[in-house]
Write a protein that binds this ligand. Sequence first.
Ligand code: SF4
Ligand code: SF4
Length: 213
Amino acid sequence: MKKPKLRELGEAIKAVFKGPYTTKFPFQAPDIYPEFRGKPEFVEENCILCGGCVNICPVDAIEVRDIINDDGTAKRIMHRDYTRCIWCSMCSQNCTVGDGDVFGDKSGIKITNEFDLSTLDPSTAQEQIESELVLCEKCGKPITSKKHLLWLAERLGTKAFPNQTIFITKMKELGLADEENGIPTDELSREDLNKVLCPECRRNMMMSEDWSF
Ligand code: SF4
Ligand code: SF4
């Protein structure tokens, strides 16, 4: 057996008195740098539930769940599974309403310093927020969240006028439009112009109106 060198012996004696270099986690909290990118969390007051972060997440940890109830009400859920998340921060950095700063206060997802999510029960490593979902008044298919449409109306200003779905949603929010617009008919017609329609129904309506298709 080789004899330890003097330097190694010195280090070993020093370590006996100085203690280990590693922290005693989980019994003692480690020092975390403020820039450490840990657990992402939805910021309910910022997030418009547009679903943009679903497309950016490299591991499909985020999911959009549209729920339509029997009574005609509907909600959109943004759900995150932390058992898949790799804490890359891409969702926060590329959030529709954010400015690219993952530690700023604009993004719909904030990056926290939290890192210890160890659990034996994966159902506790989930997160979700929900908000009202807007349905097409003709076919009943989901369009997007109401918050998303109102955000678009805000951003577009007067440029939102040609898009009846955005414009009418904003008018309803302001109490300037009735919940029911136009005369309900089975077929798509000019009356449907002033309804909240999904892109498919609006296209079909325009085609049948303008081109009789
Ligand atoms: S606002 Fe941002 S966090 Fe919310 S769904 Fe859209 S992209 Fe995701
Ligand atoms: S931090 Fe990365 S992996 Fe986690 S949810 Fe956001 S984009 Fe997906």
